[in-house]
Design a protein around this ligand. Structure first.
Ligand SMILES: C[S@@+](CC[C@H](N)C(=O)[O-])C[C@H]1O[C@@H](n2cnc3c(N)ncnc32)[C@H](O)[C@@H]1O
Length: 262
């Protein structure tokens, strides 16, 4: 798939995979918090292409792992990762409702779902006694790579094209999650912020990085031409504030959280 052939939902698996090893490290860090649950049931929310769903399935030694995603583009690869206890379902995390799940896992997905005060109790309802919840989400809103996108979205002509839409980060402060997990009945928990330092060839590579994630939220709302104009302004404004440093040190904060019900 070329950059021009975006899916209607904005996701471009190839663009997302461009920084694969950097993007995968938080997945492995999150997965290492999960205690294997031989014979259990696992759900991978916002599973993407499914390649990591299989890795999670092997780690947990579950009998069944269900990957859930709403993106038509991401589901193209599901067939090659399904089988041996792994299956996939198209669905929206915002409407997620299951029961008796031993591990609910969500890597880099629930930042797209609004209202975590509403979402978390529903995730908990799906858990079996002793079930585990593991979530990783970006917390990099204050970095120029994210702040610039919001600024450009408020400027003409983009504000009009976007109908006033500005991506609003649904992610709360790390302490909010710690308190929430305690209130929701998790007997054990681990909540941390981790800084991932990525060495990119130069500052222009930050644009390529963000095109594969944050900017997909804009891309799906405007025409190809409008998106090209948005991207031009974003690139110009971002590069005017980033240091001209090679390699470029792109620091990226993420929240990793894990809890086990009593
Ligand atoms: C950044 S990718 C992460 C994919 C995978 N978890 C990984 O670690 O590689 C985010 C995924 O979340 C999915 N997603 C975002 N919002 C969603 C929603 N409301 N319901 C279902 N999937 C969603 C996207 O379609 C995308 O595949």
């Amino acid at each position: 798939m070329s950059n021009e052939a975006a899916s209607p939902d904005g996701w471009q698996p190839e663009q997302y995979a461009r920084y694969r090893s950097e993007r995968e490290q938080p997945f492995y860090d999150l997965m290492s918090l999960v205690t294997p649950r031989p014979g259990g049931r696992v759900v991978d929310l916002g599973c993407g292409t499914g390649v990591l769903t299989r890795v999670l399935h092997e780690h947990t030694q579950a009998a069944e792992t269900i990957g859930v995603d709403r993106s038509a583009a991401m589901m193209q690869e599901w067939a090659s990762h399904a089988g041996g206890g792994v299956r996939f379902e198209r669905g929206d995390i915002a409407e997620f409702s299951m029961s008796g799940i031993d591990v609910v896992f969500a890597n880099a997905s629930i930042q797209w779902v609004d209202d975590h005060a509403d979402l978390f109790p529903r995730l908990v309802e799906s858990l079996a006694p002793g079930g585990q919840l593991a979530v990783q989400m970006p917390a990099n809103e204050d970095h120029p790579s994210h702040a610039t996108a919001g600024r450009v979205a408020r400027q003409a002509p983009h504000a009009e094209a976007l109908n006033g839409f500005v991506y609003r980060h649904a992610v709360e402060a790390p302490e909010w999650y710690a308190e929430q997990l305690a209130r929701l009945g998790f007997a054990e928990q681990h909540v941390r912020v981790q800084v991932y330092l990525h060495r990119l060839p130069g500052p222009e590579d930050v644009v390529e990085w963000v095109k594969g994630s944050l900017l997909t939220g804009y891309r799906k709302r405007i025409s190809g031409q409008e998106y090209e104009a948005f991207l031009r302004d974003y690139r110009e404004q971002l590069l005017s504030v980033l240091p001209e440093e090679r390699p470029f040190l792109y620091s990226f904060k993420r929240i990793l959280l894990w809890g086990r019900m009593g």
